[in-house]
Design a protein around this ligand. Structure first.
Ligand code: ZN
Length: 239
C-alpha cells in the first residue's frame, strides 16, 4: 500500500485494492501542504479528534466526494446535524468498510470541535488502527501524550506493522516520548508526524530517529517530506 504524507497529521493511504483513506485532512490552512483540496478524492475520511488542525477540510471534502467521515460519536452527531455522511464509532470498537477493518483506540488528548465560532464538545480524542485484507495493520496515533496502554493494549494485542506518531511536543509527545511510544507499539516501521508545521512544534526528526535506534534498533524510522509517497510492505522487514 501507498502512504502519502500531506504534512502535519494528514495522511492519504491507498490500499492495494485502491481504497483511498484520508486521515485528519488539514489541507487548505496547512502551511506544510501544497495539495489543493479539490485533488483529494477519498473513499473514507477518518478524524482522530475535533481540533481544527485535524478536522481541517473534512466537511468540504466529504461534501465534494460523498466520502463518509468516521469519527467518535460526539463528532458524528455534529456532522449529522449538518447532513454530512458519517460513521459513528467509539473507543475499542471496529467497523468494516470496503473489506478494511477500522478500530478506534485511545489517545490522551482533548477534543473540542473548534472549527466553528461556538466551540462544540467533541468527545474524547482517539487513534485509529486500520487492518487491511492481507492482515497489514497501520496505526495512526492522533494527537497524544505517552500512555502505558500503548504497550499493553495497542502494542501487545493489536500489533501494528506501521505506526504514525506525533513528535512535535508542546501539544503532543516530543521526540523522546514518541520514541518510547514507538518501542512500546513495536511496529516494523514508524513515521513521525505533527512537527514543523508551525514554529511551536519545530523538531528535528533525526533526534527522534536517534532515540528510536537506542530503544529498539529493529524499528525502521521513515522520515517523509510533505506530499511524498512511501510504499509500505511488511514483508520487506524481518521479524
Ligand atoms: Zn489536537
Amino acid at each position: 500500500m501507498e502512504i502519502r504524507w500531506l504534512g502535519h497529521s494528514a495522511f492519504e493511504i491507498i490500499s492495494d485494492d485502491n481504497v483511498k483513506i484520508l486521515i485528519d485532512p488539514f489541507i487548505s490552512n496547512n502551511p506544510a501542504c501544497q495539495v489543493p483540496v479539490e485533488d483529494l478524492n477519498p473513499d473514507i475520511i477518518l478524524l482522530t479528534h475535533g481540533h481544527s488542525d485535524h478536522f481541517g477540510d473534512a466537511l468540504e471534502i466529504s461534501n465534494n466526494t460523498n466520502a463518509p467521515i468516521a469519527c467518535i460519536h460526539e463528532i458524528s452527531l455534529f456532522l449529522a446535524k449538518q447532513g454530512i455522511r458519517n460513521i459513528s464509532v467509539n473507543i475499542g470498537g471496529s467497523f468494516i468498510f470496503r473489506n478494511i477493518k477500522f478500530t478506534m483506540l485511545e489517545a490522551k488528548h482533548s477534543s473540542d470541535i473548534d472549527i466553528v465560532e461556538e466551540i462544540v464538545p467533541g468527545g474524547s480524542a482517539a487513534s485509529f488502527l486500520i487492518t487491511f485484507e492481507d492482515g497489514t495493520k497501520i496505526f495512526h496515533a492522533g494527537d497524544t501524550g505517552l500512555f502505558s496502554d500503548m504497550k499493553t493494549i495497542i502494542g501487545e494485542i493489536y500489533k501494528p506493522d506501521l505506526a504514525l506518531v506525533p513528535i512535535g511536543d508542546k501539544f503532543t509527545m516530543g521526540p523522546f516520548e514518541a520514541a518510547l511510544a514507538s518501542m512500546w507499539l513495536n511496529p516494523k516501521a514508524v513515521i513521525p508526524m505533527h512537527y514543523n508545521t508551525f514554529p511551536p512544534i519545530e523538531q528535528d526528526p533525526a533526534i527522534f530517529a536517534n532515540f528510536v535506534s537506542q530503544f529498539n534498533p529493529n524499528i525502521d524510522v521513515v522520515v517523509m517530506n510533505p506530499d511524498e509517497y512511501f510504499e509500505f510492505n511488511p514483508e520487506n522487514y524481518q521479524d
